[in-house]
Design a protein around this ligand. Structure first.
Ligand code: HDD
Length: 698
């Protein structure tokens, strides 16, 4: 459905290339673009070749500076629709009418790596949404973590210098496992809560479509009566929150550096539109000081158990951009892009952001007119006296560009009382000029400890392994020891486990905070509804496998919205046990287990399937097993599985039908997959990952 934003974009589409001949930038037709104009066949190129000069000049100027952080990202258009009116809390027009869809553009990103870095790095993910509302653009520039590394934006350059590639050798790319980051962390305890998130599997999302988003700061809603309410924004993905495992994430970087980008693009192309629910935590102004942390401190969450998240609407992304550079690269977000009904708080991180984003766009997009770039254009009319500057694309008519004027009839007029103008919340502010962090910002360990204690055992184990990986790559022994000492102030067991892995003397035991866990933080409580929609499932075949089994399991899975691909040693076709040929979707050498969520091993009615002799198949299945993915084996397909020698795993024998153990679902009888088997496998895929598998013997 075309919305206002789409109608606007279409007005800016370049001329159709099929509409006429190649031209210069001046519209002059060109009939030859392969040879430059030369004086004689082997002579020098002539200066007068304006086409040659224009073509080269334009090419030389194609690049713009990448974003100083969040350089790598992917975006999509869609819409937001509220469930009900939020008038009680905010006058924002896009949160009033459940029948109104507001167009959006969302850009997801990693933070540390440059534009060309891999997707599946351990990092925070940006989750920035531009709402093209009837009252102007509102940008919710969030992340997939609800907290940030620092409390005051004046530290942002320090933090970013520490986490980015080191300045002497520009390493590492897209990674935080290096000395300068951990040096910073070890000296700046306010980073610890967010560091716990960074070491958790939240930092390696399976898909942008399967991660939460957070506005992070406490913002303010303001209603028509001018009453303010503190608000925290949450995006919850419909498909649940799911992650990769670290080993898998690392291999994925090589197999498909565009893993998350491709996933987003392909799903939208296929009509599997990603969806999130917008929720809010609301705190009345009079309750501001009822918490044991400061609402203005961006290193803290309000536990959901304390203030529940109320769903207020949903967002669907249903259109890929037409041009990456024009749209995804040039989109300019800014925390200060707010609309009537949404306001700031004094969070010093937010205040700094309100300066930084406009400032960065001026250099990145080459001047002050970037709001005219189609992706940034509001659908609300723009009327003002801003003029000129680089890349002015509009022709402002008339003589007056100042307020007040009489020659222009006093236009543009100020918004009247009946028009919704932005009005800053009236708030009394009183204080001494002071450069000092408030005492209410000084508790850096409690919520780090709360996060740790809210994790399931396997999540804690992954966090320990992540710390060992990261700190194990830090060369400075002092930095390692200092970080472990900091961890010991969060949780002694954690600190000791990390210390043991990185050759550091276990730190002393401090009094650690006594905290109440927040179950809402664990993956265990964010799995979604167990749907397998859009999961990628591989069926490994070779000549001779039972094509009936392939068909029945494929139909059962696709009926649930999964994407099934038949993989064979070569592209083209495979011959089933019935002698009939069937299409292959992909050749095994072009893919890998890490690109799929689950794997199916059909059997060969005559013998052990030939897949059993293929090292690529064995690696595929071994990786799927190690990464906790659902595995289905039918008939003699079970023999392929057994080659891995999983310790203690139970599989169906010839007297049994379906057996499901830790996400490994086996079905003995020869013949098509039964409904019971298909359902057991669907449940296993829906559980996403099986964390308690016995290890492989080889
Ligand atoms: Fe930021 C980009 C999110 C703190 C300064 N930030 C940027 C993007 C996201 C965030 C998602 C990418 C937007 C896009 O896709 O174009 N940033 C956050 C969050 C923060 C945060 C959730 C903490 C709550 N940022 C932060 C601070 C500062 C900045 C404290 C500076 C004082 N951020 C920037 C920036 C960027 C940016 C330098 C780089 C490119 C851009 O703005 O457009 O201005």
């Amino acid at each position: 459905m075309a919305d206002k934003k789409q109608e606007q974009r279409e007005r800016y589409y370049a001329h159709d290339l099929s509409d006429g001949p190649l031209t210069t930038d001046q519209g002059v037709p060109v009939d030859h673009t392969d040879d430059s104009l030369q004086a004689g066949e082997r002579g020098p190129t002539l200066m007068e070749d304006f086409h040659f000069r224009e073509k080269l000049t334009r090419f030389d100027h194609e690049r713009i500076p990448e974003r100083v952080v969040h350089a790598r990202g992917s975006g999509a258009y869609g819409y937001f629709q509220p469930y009900r009116s939020c008038a009680e809390f905010t006058s924002a027009a896009f949160l009033q009418d459940p029948s109104v869809r507001t167009p959006v553009f969302v850009r997801f990103s990693t933070v540390q790596g440059p534009r060309g870095s891999a997707d599946t790095v351990r990092d925070v993910r940006g989750f920035a949404t531009k709402f093209y509302t009837s009252e102007g653009n509102y940008d919710l520039v969030g992340n997939n973590f609800p907290v940030f590394f620092i409390q005051d934006g004046i530290k942002f350059p320090d933090f970013v210098h520490a986490v980015k590639m080191e300045p002497d050798n520009e390493m590492p790319t897209g990674a935080s496992a290096h000395d300068t980051l951990w040096d910073f962390v070890s000296l700046q305890p306010e980073t610890l809560h967010t560091i716990m998130w960074l070491m958790s599997d939240r930092a390696i999302p399976r898909s942008y479509r399967m991660m939460q988003g957070f506005g992070v700061h406490t913002f303010r809603f303001v209603n028509a009566q001018g009453r303010g309410t503190f608000v925290k924004f949450h995006w919850k993905p419909k498909l649940g929150v799911h992650s990769l495992v670290w080993d898998e994430a690392q291999e994925t970087m090589g197999r498909d550096p565009d893993f998350n980008r491709r996933d987003l693009w392909d799903c939208i192309e296929a009509g599997d539109y990603p969806e999130w629910e917008l929720g809010v935590q609301l705190v009345p102004e009079e309750d501001e000081h009822n918490f044991d942390f400061d609402l203005l401190d961006a290193t803290k969450i309000i536990p959901e158990e304390q203030v529940p998240v109320q769903p207020i609407g949903r967002m669907v992304l249903d259109r890929n951009p037409d041009n990456f550079f024009a749209e995804t690269e040039q989109v300019a977000f800014h925390t200060a892009n707010v609309v009537p009904g949404i306001d700031f708080t004094n969070d010093p991180l937010l205040q700094a952001r309100n300066f930084s984003y406009l400032d960065t766009q001026l250099i990145r997009l080459g001047g002050p007119n970037f709001a005219q770039i189609p992706v940034n254009r509001p659908v609300a009319p723009v009327r003002n006296n801003q003029r000129d500057g680089y890349h002015q694309g509009e022709i402002h008519r008339g003589k007056t560009s100042y307020t007040k004027n009489s020659l222009g009839g006093g236009c543009p007029a100020m918004a009247g009382a009946d028009e919704s103008a932005f009005r800053h919340l009236t708030e009394r502010v009183d204080g001494h000029k002071i450069r000092r962090r408030s005492d209410s910002f000084q508790n850096h360990y409690s919520q780090a400890a709360m996060f740790w204690r809210s994790m399931a055992e396997w999540e804690q184990q992954h966090i320990i392994e992540a710390f060992r990986f990261e700190l194990g790559k830090v060369q400075s022994k002092d930095v390692r020891a200092r970080t472990v000492d900091q961890l010991s102030r969060v949780d002694h067991t954690l600190a000791v486990a990390v210390a043991e892995g990185i050759g550091v003397t276990p730190p002393e035991r401090y009094d650690t905070p006594d905290v109440t866990p927040s179950p809402a933080l664990s993956f265990e409580n964010n799995r979604g509804d167990g749907s397998i929609a859009t999961r990628q499932i591989a069926v490994l075949v070779s000549d001779g496998v039972d094509a009936d089994q392939v068909d029945t399991i494929r139909s059962a899975l696709t009926a649930q919205g999964a994407n099934v691909e038949v993989l064979a040693p070569h592209d083209g076709e495979f011959t089933g046990s019935d002698g009939v040929t069937h299409p292959v979707d992909r050749a095994l050498p072009t893919v890998a287990s890490v690109l799929y969520d689950a794997v199916v091993l059909p059997g060969d009615p005559a013998s052990v399937p030939r897949t059993a002799q293929d090292p690529a198949v064995l690696k595929f299945v071994r990786d799927a097993y190690r990464h906790g993915k659902a595995i289905a084996a039918l008939g003699t397909g079970i023999d392929v599985l057994k080659l891995l020698e999983p310790a203690r795993l139970r599989t169906a024998d010839e007297h049994e039908h379906t057996v499901s153990d830790e996400g490994v679902v086996t079905h003995h009888p020869i013949g098509p997959a039964s409904e019971q088997f298909a359902q057991a496998f669907i449940d296993a895929v829906g559980a996403h990952r099986h964390r308690n598998r016995p290890p492989l013997r080889r």
